[in-house]
Design a protein around this ligand. Structure first.
Ligand SMILES: *[C@@H]1O[C@H](CO)[C@@H](O)[C@H](O)[C@H]1NC(C)=O
Ligand SMILES: *[C@@H]1O[C@H](CO)[C@@H](O)[C@H](O)[C@H]1NC(C)=O
Length: 248
């Protein structure tokens, strides 16, 4: 089992790096910078990131807590019906049940975003803090890959430093990381639960609320569609988005 997990981690690392560098065509220096920060993960489903949505969802639920699904929750909230298998529970969090940091890498379709959260130590530890709640708005892989520019690119950098130099050298790497951080922080709300019409601030400083249109949930501003809520655990929730939050 240990060996299996280890092998899987190695595989995931390479698969993830391939995804990040090839799919986004990272400049080599920025890619090297990222690679140095890529953690070993147990990310699953790297080869079928965007399987059909009716596939079985992987749901994680604090087994010692009953989910309180209020009226304000989206109608497409997935209510967990069973406790996760034992191997899904981290040893140290056994008494508390899983937290956001435990479940994020295991949710389908969002492993690019999940890996970005682990690139920043303070963000990773915020998600791994069982005493502080968080709502993670995780864009699907396809939404990130479909962006007109990469999350670490900022047109202003190209204007100021030129195409070739914007992300080269150590200053260029710093710019790329700063932009990536802004992207990640725009998708993290340091509170949970997040109720309808509550205007909340993201870690990036933006202000968001959500509204319903028919059976669908959208995030304002931007009208970003929420695909579903993939996890509800003791310190927060993971929402899967079909788009990205404006991060400029
Ligand atoms: C997450 O938090 C737990 C408990 O505080 C700690 O033991 C563990 O090392 C942390 N994991 C990471 C990846 O920081
Ligand atoms: C944190 O989230 C849990 C689970 O949703 C909830 O029961 C608790 O009230 C929240 N705590 C705060 C301070 O919002």
């Amino acid at each position: 089992m240990r060996r299996l997990v280890f092998t899987q981690s190695i595989f995931s690392l390479f698969a993830l790096f391939y995804t990040v560098s090839a799919a986004w065509a990272l400049p080599s220096v920025a890619a090297a910078a990222l690679r140095n920060h890529l953690p070993f993960t147990k990310t699953l489903y790297l080869n079928n990131q965007d399987k059909p949505r009716d596939d079985t969802q992987y749901i994680f639920q604090n087994q010692y807590q009953h989910p309180v699904i209020m009226d304000e929750y989206p109608p497409n909230t997935v209510v967990p019906t069973s406790t996760p298998p034992p191997e899904d529970i981290d040893h140290q969090s056994k008494s508390m049940g899983p937290i956001v940091a435990d479940v994020l890498p295991k949710i389908k379709w969002i492993n690019i975003f999940a890996s970005l959260t682990r690139d920043f130590e303070d963000i990773a530890s915020r998600l791994n803090d069982s005493s502080r709640n968080v709502t993670v708005l995780a864009p699907r892989n396809s939404a990130i890959q479909g962006l007109p520019r990469k999350p670490w690119e900022n047109p202003e950098d190209y204007e100021a430093f030129g195409e070739a130099n914007a992300y080269s050298g150590s200053e260029g790497e710093d710019r790329a990381r700063k932009n990536l951080r802004r992207f990640v922080e725009a998708h993290l709300i340091p509170a949970s639960p997040w109720r309808k019409d509550d205007e909340v601030g993201t870690l990036g400083g933006g202000k968001l609320k959500w509204y319903k249109e028919g059976e669908k949930i959208y995030i304002h501003p931007g009208g970003i569609e929420v695909d579903h809520i993939a996890a509800q655990v003791s310190n927060g929730e993971v929402w899967v988005l079909n788009g990205v939050v404006n991060y400029q």
